[in-house]
Design a protein around this ligand. Structure first.
Ligand SMILES: CC[C@H](C(=O)O)C(=O)SCCNC(=O)CCNC(=O)[C@H](O)C(C)(C)COP(=O)(O)OP(=O)(O)OC[C@H]1O[C@@H](n2cnc3c(N)ncnc32)[C@H](O)[C@@H]1OP(=O)(O)O
Ligand SMILES: [Co+2]
Length: 136
């Protein structure tokens, strides 16, 4: 079902500081901040050539990354995003297997304009998974 890793996401307390460290110390190609109020985050993508790193900073009062940052105040790895060809098929198969698709179980539009869903970390080796439908 899953294809390539689309991105690895890091939750950070200070987006500008994290972006500066990746750009100035690691020499990475750092994108512009993108506010996603419907997801409660501001993101910056970093292109590493073979995949992307997504830096996430909380946005608004009900950010889904707020509790994670309370437990990990200096930040940390938050989720891995895998590409799928058909997200409706993936959701049906995962729910049939007993996996928890988060939210109401229907895809939202993610940072790249593609449909995305999240899978509960307790069902997948303690790692939050995002699935993104990417056109073939
Ligand atoms: C979509 C736009 C953009 C994109 O790429 O396109 C994004 O990626 S936005 C990313 C932000 N959005 C989300 O994370 C949405 C899905 N997340 C959630 O629904 C919640 O964060 C959830 C359910 C994973 C956790 O919610 P909450 O933090 O309120 O619950 P708990 O603190 O009670 O956590 C329960 C349990 O899970 C452990 N946990 C929580 N987050 C993670 C994580 N990222 N990785 C691994 N484990 C995680 C947490 O520690 C608790 O464990 P326990 O043993 O009970 O302490
Ligand atoms: Co993501």
């Amino acid at each position: 079902m899953i294809g390539r890793v689309n991105h690895i996401a890091l939750a950070v307390p200070d987006l500008a500081a994290a972006a500066a460290a990746y750009r100035d110390q690691l020499g990475a190609s750092v994108g512009a901040p993108q506010a996603l109020p419907q997801h409660g985050v501001t993101v910056i993508f970093i292109d590493t050539g073979n995949t992307k790193v997504e830096l996430l900073e909380p946005l608004g009062d009900n950010s889904p990354i707020a509790a994670f940052l309370e437990k990990n105040p200096s930040g940390g790895m938050h989720h891995v995003c895998y590409e799928v060809a058909d997200i409706a098929d993936a959701i049906a198969s995962l729910q049939a297997s007993g996996a928890r698709v988060l939210g109401d179980g229907t895809p939202k539009t993610g940072a790249h304009g593609n449909p995305v869903v999240f899978l509960h970390p307790k069902d997948f080796a303690g790692t939050l998974i995002e699935l993104e439908q990417v056109p073939a």
